[in-house]
Design a protein around this ligand. Structure first.
Ligand code: SF4
Length: 317
């Protein structure tokens, strides 16, 4: 054809996602709330790993942190109180190709959602579960949560909470088929980011408890740990969370811990005078339930019916 060369080719650039591609708008958490740091870390990981937004799902229950899916420009499901994990398991069971992030709080996960928590750990489907632990029900304005420390005055315990608090990290290490349990703090963005990267890369359910500041209702709760880095115990190991030596050097209290050692993980998690951060427990070979639930997903309806009838025929008299 006149004027048209036939030997040209068009280079179509692969899609490149920037941080804006994951930014769902202005987060409306209180100024200084630790949730902002977690959101920034997850958006950065999505960008660095080039996760297609249409293949990424954020699931949450109810609570301040559960507004997380609204601030991510991905698919999202803001569910019912305590029900983030069954929704996330349902997503993963039928769409194993999606990356699933779960945002849940100490009230959402460890109280009303505790039954789902135990079984989601046992199912060990490939997802990252972020427990935002601020020791209080923030959204409903300061009621005692399962992790509220004894003596803290709340609207439900005006003279101070008095039951021993639940320890989500130790509990999760002890649940059947637990495969990745880590702990970090919102005020160290490097460690937070490194922990969530390791969680994302683990194949199975990664449970990350994040000590999260709530300046509105538990303003002083982590202050001593922020002021005195010696009260943070940095767990180190070649199979653990790898952080920049400059950041590791901030912590004089370092402890070598092999994350395959469950009894030691439990002992470390139950310490009360320090906050240990790092990888407590890792069992990468544990079975994953979605490897069973995906069977047959590629079959047509006719193929399924044929197989089903063949199965039923085996029992026909
Ligand atoms: Fe964050 Fe607490 Fe405000 Fe909720 S009440 S948004 S947890 S600072």
């Amino acid at each position: 054809m006149f004027g048209l060369k036939t030997d040209w080719s068009l280079d179509v650039l692969p899609r490149y996602f920037t941080l804006e591609d994951y930014d769902g708008g202005e987060a409306r958490w209180c100024p200084g709330c630790g949730d902002h740091a977690v959101l920034a870390a997850v958006q950065r990981i999505c960008r660095d790993e080039q996760l297609p937004p249409e293949k990424t799902v954020c699931v949450s229950g109810i609570g301040c942190s559960s507004r997380f899916p609204h601030y991510m420009k991905t698919y999202g499901f803001h569910g019912l109180h305590g029900r983030a994990l069954p929704v996330a398991c349902g997503v993963k069971a039928r769409r194993p190709d999606l990356t699933v992030w779960v945002a849940t709080g100490d009230g959402d996960c460890c109280s009303i959602g505790a039954g789902h928590w135990i079984h989601a750990i046992r199912y060990n489907m490939d997802m990252v579960v972020m427990l935002f632990d601020n020791n209080i029900y923030g959204l409903t304005k300061a009621q005692t949560s399962p992790t509220t420390p004894p003596g803290m005055k709340t609207n439900t315990h005006p003279r101070g909470a008095w039951l021993p608090p639940l320890n989500p990290t130790a509990s999760t290490v002890g649940f059947t088929n637990s495969s990745f349990v880590a702990q970090t703090v919102d005020w160290n963005p490097v460690h937070l980011h490194a922990t969530l990267v390791a969680a994302y890369r683990h194949k199975g359910l990664s449970f990350v408890r994040i000590m999260q500041r709530c300046p509105q209702y538990t303003a002083n709760i982590f202050e001593e740990f922020q002021q005195d880095p010696a009260k943070i115990q940095l767990l180190m190991h070649e199979n653990g969370i790898q952080v920049d030596p400059a950041v590791a050097g901030m912590y004089s209290n370092q402890f070598t811990h092999d994350p395959s050692d469950m009894p030691e993980a439990l002992r470390l998690a139950n310490q009360e005078d320090v906050i240990p951060i790092g990888l407590f427990y890792h069992a990468p070979e544990n079975p994953r339930y979605e490897l069973a639930t995906v069977q047959g997903l590629d079959m047509t309806v006719d193929e399924k019916l044929k197989k089903l009838n063949a199965e039923i025929d085996r029992f026909a008299i």
